[in-house]
Design a protein around this ligand. Structure first.
Ligand code: ZN
Length: 345
């Protein structure tokens, strides 16, 4: 199986993030996650690593607001220019606003920090010097995997970092800046119908936002109920799309403690919907934070559960772009990713 990956992600490593209660903690979405996955893949006899191609900005702008992407591109330099303290020790800093645009109006603020609060939804999407380039490279991994899936009509893995599914049309959040899976799904949608299934523990709010009014890409997310879990405000069962997209989005919010059996039941129903939609391609937003020992999750999916999840999804028999999202139980991350991917090779 082709694995699209670039080492460039290492340059995006914010010195901290801010947890609930204002706690400043080490950045949980860290390069060690990739090292664990690389190490496990290197032990297999089927992983073939490929550097991504550069697709330019057109496929990014096809999904994201242009001014938002410009903000991502320019904000670090502006941040340094605006504050001598930050400029004196950039490695100890990350761009984070202290004010957020609640129920925002179309008026984009003119100042850097005003823009930051407008374009960010939380305190985990920290911007540092190479964040924008790393996010572009990550999206190029997903696009390259999509291109490979078209040409070879078999599945490919985009080992993306930073992840993407919390990034909406014009906002960053949840460690995500550019929505890699959505960029790939939109690119694929010109070649045929696409189903985008999100199995990360957290609701794929950004993906929902991007495709909510469309019927050529059907989006389904299985996740911890936002009633108790991040992202809190989106990902509920009654959100099913709007306009032409009505009926083409589905959320499966599940309770804390969801184990393999309960998860597989929801997955089975989701896969039935995908079969009815009859897509030509599948994009799989693959988070491993449903794992029982994940520090950010409250599900109880086991290592063997990932094998079963992989088997059920692979049985769709669709050329699949498998895109890495979250997963923070680093010690188990590599083995869990391999358990799932093995079902697609
Ligand atoms: Zn997640």
């Amino acid at each position: 199986m082709k694995i699209f990956y670039s080492d460039f992600h290492r340059k995006h490593y914010p010195p901290f993030e801010v947890f609930d209660g204002g706690k400043r903690v080490p950045y949980l979405e860290n390069p060690d996650r990739m090292d664990r996955i690389l190490s496990a893949l290197n032990k297999t006899d089927w992983a073939e690593f490929v550097e991504p191609n550069n697709f330019g900005l057109d496929p990014i702008h096809a999904v994201h607001d242009k001014d938002y992407i410009t903000f991502l591109a320019s904000s670090w330099t502006e941040w340094l220019d605006s504050d001598p303290e930050v400029a004196a020790s950039p490695e100890q800093n990350a761009l984070l606003p202290a004010t957020f645009a609640l129920r925002r109006t179309p008026r984009v603020p003119s100042t850097l920090l005003g823009k930051a609060g407008y374009y960010m939804m939380d305190l985990s999407a920290c911007i540092v010097e190479h964040t924008y380039s790393a996010a572009l490279t990550s999206a190029n991994c997903a696009l390259s995997a999509a291109e490979s899936v078209i040409s070879e009509q078999s599945s490919a893995f985009a080992l993306c970092r930073p992840p993407g599914h919390h990034a909406g049309k014009d906002y960053a959040g949840g460690y995500c800046f550019i929505n890699n899976a959505s960029v790939a799904a939109n690119w694929l949608s010109s070649k045929g119908k696409v189903a985008l299934l999100d199995i990360d523990y957290h609701a794929g709010n950004g993906t929902q936002d991007i495709f909510y009014e469309r019927n050529d890409v059907s989006t389904i997310s299985i996740h911890g109920d936002p009633d108790f879990e991040y992202p809190h405000y989106i990902g509920f069962a009654d959100e099913t799309g709007t306009g032409a997209g009505l009926g083409f989005h589905r959320n499966f919010p599940l309770p804390a403690g969801t184990d393999d059996a309960k998860y597989l039941t929801a997955l089975d129903e989701a896969l039935g919907m995908i079969r009815n939609f009859a897509p030509n391609y599948l994009v799989l937003s693959t988070g491993m934070d449903t794992f029982e020992n994940d520090p950010l999750g409250k599900f109880k999916v086991t290592h063997n559960g990932f094998t079963e999840i992989g088997k059920l999804i692979a049985a769709l028999n669709l050329p699949s772009v498998i895109v890495m999202e979250g997963g923070y139980a680093n010690e188990a991350l590599g083995a869990n990713v391999v358990a799932l991917l093995e079902q697609f090779k």
